[in-house]
Write a new protein. Structure first.
Length: 291
């Protein structure tokens, strides 16, 4: 009885992860920033990784800051491009060390050169001149930028001059994409409200997977090497795992403010070792799990 009371106090104080957390085949590895670092994030909303240097990049829009961490979670640097970043909401590592950043305050995409403190600003538009409202972005293997338009719910691929080259959209009756990932076998996009995942490959009609479990507010997608689909439910605070055909497998974590729980999470991402990174916006941290 005495041991249980002490353990409960340690959980409340954050000294140990909550033992009742549902993590399935995953184990809690670490959080960014680490608990003993003395560093606190305000409201992290996005993450990207540099597989070559084994670094994590976290976006914190409250302070207009990009933060970098090494593979062990050690904080390396904080960066705001000389004050150019006011409300960054997403980033992607490009070629030659450049960072592509979505700046929500101006509805622009910035190309940031951290070493030279140079910032280039771009307004993205469709061929008819209408604006693109960027929400997420990624860089493919050819260095092309892909952007999710939060107003139309489409993913657009841009050419080297940042002109729209291809538009990826949901089928008639779809509700619009809320997240996408680039994989070796295509571009995967989540239509969360419709409960569908699309896979686009060049020159072919998209394949559509219907998820057979209802969720409250799906807002992010990942795909593991075995083809399983991981969908983040922002309101429920869960990661829901589906098979390659959309069949429900299990769900991880749950809504709450203790360790092992999520409070309005924002994004999922696998790192270079296949570890699952969960951006926990409401709890001001990034949790990382390994198998």
């Amino acid at each position: 009885m005495k041991y249980k009371i002490i353990l409960a106090l340690l959980v409340l104080l954050g000294a140990v992860p909550e033992l009742k957390a549902e993590t399935g085949p995953w184990n809690f590895l670490m959080q960014l920033p680490t608990r003993d670092s003395g560093l606190k994030l305000d409201r992290p909303v996005a993450i990207d990784v540099d597989s070559e240097s084994r670094r994590y990049y976290v976006v914190d829009p409250v302070g207009g800051t990009l933060l970098s961490f090494d593979r062990d979670g050690k904080h390396l640097a904080a960066f705001n491009a000389g004050g150019a970043l006011k409300q960054p909401v997403a980033l992607a590592k490009g070629r030659s060390g450049a960072l592509w950043v979505i700046e929500r305050s101006t509805n622009q995409v910035l190309r940031v050169n951290p070493s030279e403190q140079q910032v280039q600003r771009f307004d993205l538009r469709y061929a008819d001149g209408s604006l693109i409202f960027p929400a997420r972005l990624a860089v493919d293997e050819r260095g092309r930028l892909l952007v999710l338009d939060r107003m139309r719910g489409t993913v657009v691929r841009l050419d080297d001059n940042l002109k729209v080259e291809t538009i990826f959209a949901a089928q008639s009756g779809g509700r619009g994409f809320v997240d996408f990932k680039i994989k070796a076998n295509g571009i995967w996009a989540l239509d969360g409200l419709a409960g569908k995942v699309y896979r686009f490959t060049d020159g072919a009609a998209p394949s559509v997977i219907t998820l057979n479990r209802a969720m409250e507010f799906p807002n992010s997608l990942e795909i593991d090497q075995g083809g399983q689909l991981y969908v983040l439910d922002r309101h429920a605070g869960t990661v829901v795992v589906f098979g390659a055909q959309g069949d429900f497998r299990h769900e991880l974590l749950g809504r709450g403010k203790r360790h092992g729980k999520l409070w309005y999470p924002a994004q999922l991402l696998f790192d270079w070792e296949g570890r699952l990174c969960v951006v926990d916006e409401g709890n001001s941290r990034v949790d990382i799990f390994n198998r």
